[in-house]
Each structure stands twice: as structure tokens, then as C-alpha cells.
Design a protein around this ligand. Structure first.
Ligand code: RIB
Length: 303
């Protein structure tokens, strides 16, 4: 089968990860256990995950001309992500994410750095590529106007856009209408549909709005009723990057022509691997891993 062609417009960052048994309160100092730097950024994570689960992936992003930028480019290449549209911006630092893993969850501060270079004009340079893609993915660690531009452009080109509205910010009705799929978690959904019950929002956008609910699964409306597609139960080590893996696998499956519910199931399966490894990309699975677990679960449910 020919690979689905996917472009990711988004951030590429270095994750600076501290593990600790306790998260410090304001004004408090605690002793941590370990410190590691690993490639991250929601855009880069989605690009790497999509490549691992079988898509032909083209990253549209910016890094700085510093060692982190060089390491991120190397990592794209190792994972088979095309970097023709990844610019090294002179005199600007690569984006960084400062992550604390403590008390069973993460907290993250992102410093966007070179990711602010992913402007509408920068994206415009890749129009010839975008028009040949089966699907485009975008998140919100790039400037707000870039998300608006990408939504308008994809609408004009007739290419489906998967918008992962993370981190949370309000978006215009126009962007919501132009995107083909929108994948907030519950917190992001509440910001997005300010004042509206999520169940009403789901009903208003059947087959478009998918709300990720962590270990519970993913909720959407299939046009007749609300459906919760359950997550695959696993012991989580680090949930960083699980949402990115979900988005990448969902987008890949849709780009391959699968239906929404099958794509969610495939993506839930991929995300179940992601949480079992350290770092955003550490647990991201390859296609054969996902296919095998999907097969096992189909066998189990038919027995
Ligand atoms: O979604 C996880 C990502 O969010 C991390 O890799 C970090 O870079 C933050 O942007």
C-alpha cells in the first residue's frame, strides 16, 4: 500500500525533563531525582509518531542555529521525517519545554523560541507541498495567525486539516468550521467552547470534534449518538506525548481512508504504547506494534 502523505505544521522543541517525587509549591525548593533532555514539541512529536505508524511525513517548522536545533534535525532524519521545510533560524534559540514529572503527572512550561518563526508567510512557502498532502496537522505552539492561515489555506486547497488545539486558547468559529477534525482534551474543550456543555458541542460537530479523556478514552458524536471509544488499558510510566501520538495515529489512519471510529481505535492503540516509555517520543510505537496489538484485541473480543 502506498503511504499516506501528511504534513505537520508545528513546533519543534527540546524537552528539559526533571523527575521528582514532589512538585514544588510557589516559593518552595525541592530536591529532584533526575534530569534529561529529549526531543519534543507537539509538532515534532506528531511528525515522528506519524512516521513511525506508517505515514510519509513532511515537517514544516523552525529550529534555532544552536545544538538543540541540530539534535532535533538529526532526530527527524533518524525517524524518516522529511525536513525540506524545517528552517534553522539564525540568532534565535530553539524552543524548549521545561517539564516536571512528579506525583504521577507532568507540568510543562513552553518557551517558543524559534517556533515563532512558523508564520503565515513561512507556511505559504510550502503551498506546493501542502496541496499534494492527504492531510495536514497543526497544533497551537505556533503563532495564532498561523493556525488561522492554515485553516483558510487547507479549506481552499481541499486538504483536510486536523487541529489539535493544545495548549488551550480560544479559536474563531471560522477556524472551527474550516478544520476537518478538532481534538481537544477536556480542559482545552472547555476553553474552546466557553460556556457550552461539551456534550452539546459534541452533538454540534459530529465526526469532527473528538475529546480525549486520558485513560477513559476518546468521546465523539457519530451523528446518531455520543460514543466513548475506550482507551487500551496499560500501566502508564510517562503520559507526555500520549496526545501527540493519538493525533498522529488518528491523522494517519484518516489519511489512509479509514473511518472516524476505526481511526480513533487505531489511535487509542498507538497512544497506549506511548505512555509506557519515558519522554514524549520514548514510547511511540511503530506500525507493526500497533497492528499486532489491534489484532490481539480483535481476537480477544471475538472469543
Ligand atoms: O505534548 C507534549 C509536548 O508538549 C512536549 O514534548 C513538550 O515539548 C510540550 O510542548
Amino acid at each position: 500500500m502506498e503511504k499516506a502523505k501528511v504534513a505537520v505544521i508545528g513546533s519543534s522543541s527540546m524537552d528539559l525533563v526533571v523527575t521528582s517525587t514532589k512538585r514544588p509549591n510557589a516559593g518552595e525548593t525541592v530536591l529532584g531525582e533526575s534530569f534529561k533532555t529529549v526531543p519534543g514539541g507537539k509538532g515534532a512529536n506528531q511528525a515522528v509518531a506519524a512516521a513511525r505508524v506508517g505515514a510519509d511525513v513532511h515537517m514544516i517548522g523552525c529550529v534555532g542555529d544552536d545544538p538543540y536545533g541540530a539534535e532535533i534535525l538529526e532526530n527527524f532524519k533518524r525517524n524518516g521525517v522529511n525536513t525540506d521545510y524545517v528552517d534553522r533560524v539564525t540568532g534565535v534559540e530553539t524552543g524548549t519545554a521545561h517539564i516536571t514529572l512528579a506525583e504521577g503527572d507532568n507540568s510543562i512550561i513552553v518557551v517558543k523560541g524559534a517556533n515563532d518563526g512558523v508564520t503565515p508567510d513561512y507556511v505559504k512557502e510550502s503551498v506546493a507541498l501542502l496541496r499534494t498532502c492527504d492531510l495536514v496537522m497543526i497544533q497551537q505552539e505556533v503563532p495564532e495567525e498561523t493556525v488561522v492561515y492554515a485553516a483558510e489555506l487547507c479549506k481552499e486547497l481541499g486538504v483536510p486539516l486536523l487541529l489539535n488545539p493544545a495548549p488551550a486558547r480560544k479559536i474563531s468559529d471560522e477556524v472551527i468550521n474550516y478544520a476537518s477534525y478538532i481534538t481537544p482534551n477536556e480542559h482545552e474543550g472547555a476553553v474552546l467552547f466557553n460556556g457550552m456543555e461539551l456534550s452539546d458541542a459534541l452533538q454540534k460537530f459530529p465526526g469532527k470534534l473528538l475529546v480525549t479523556e486520558g485513560a477513559a478514552g476518546v468521546r465523539y458524536h457519530n451523528g446518531k449518538s455520543q460514543v466513548l471509544v475506550p482507551a487500551f488499558p496499560v500501566q502508564a510510566v510517562d503520559t507526555t506525548g500520549a496526545g501527540d501520538t493519538f493525533n498522529a495515529a488518528f491523522g494517519t489512519a484518516i489519511a489512509e481512508g479509514k473511518g472516524v471510529e476505526d481511526s480513533i481505535r487505531f489511535a487509542n492503540c498507538a497512544a497506549s504504547f506511548s505512555v509506557t516509555g519515558f519522554g514524549a517520543q520514548g514510547g511511540m510505537p511503530y506500525r507493526k506494534d500497533v497492528d499486532r496489538r489491534m489484532e490481539q484485541s480483535t481476537k480477544k473480543s471475538s472469543n
